[in-house]
Design a binder for this molecule. Structure first.
Ligand SMILES: Nc1ncnc2c1ncn2[C@@H]1O[C@H](COP(=O)(O)OP(=O)(O)O)[C@@H](O)[C@H]1O
Ligand SMILES: [Mg+2]
Length: 141
């Protein structure tokens, strides 16, 4: 888990659709070049949230988990990372993944803790925790 000390707010999601809708609204708070770290365990809803953010940014493609590609590039507008299989920042550097942190699009990064040594400063954080009955606690800034 990465924490940057900023003031956080909480949203309770009651369904996957709720999380998508929240992501869509959250997208309105983002500026080009923002890097958002998506914290949360496997299955928490990080990719579901990313779908909402993509919709909010006006991207109509279906957002699929980039687990096998490490990062999916949506028109330079959104870069969606999944660093689950990366061991450290040096691997991300070697793959050229760090170049996109300052390419002007919004970056959403799943499993950012695996590459914490190469993350830029000033990242935003969204944390999704699994509650009972399909609910999620989304902590964001
Ligand atoms: N409130 C909720 N918010 C988000 N996802 C939910 C919620 N309730 C159930 N789910 C389900 O949890 C799963 C989350 O998957 P995913 O977004 O791929 O997780 P992650 O990317 O965090 O590993 C999906 O199958 C989704 O339908
Ligand atoms: Mg995912």
């Amino acid at each position: 888990m990465v924490y940057n000390g900023n003031r956080m707010a909480v949203f309770i999601s009651k369904s996957a659709q709720d999380t998508i809708n929240f992501g869509r609204e959250y997208a309105k708070t983002l500026s080009a070049g923002d890097v958002v770290l998506l914290n949360g365990s496997m299955g928490a809803g990080k990719t579901v949230f990313a779908k909402g953010v993509a919709q909010g940014l006006g991207i109509e493609d279906e957002i699929l988990s980039p687990t096998y590609a490490y990062m999916n590039d949506y028109y330079g507008k959104l870069y969606h990372y999944d660093c689950y299989r990366l061991k450290n920042g040096a691997q991300a550097e070697a793959l050229g993944l760090c170049d996109y942190f300052c390419a002007g699009g919004v970056c959403l990064v799943e499993w950012a803790e695996n590459i914490s040594d190469v993350l830029p400063t000033g990242c935003k954080i969204v944390t999704i925790e699994i509650l009972a009955d399909g609910k999620r606690r989304i902590t964001y800034e």
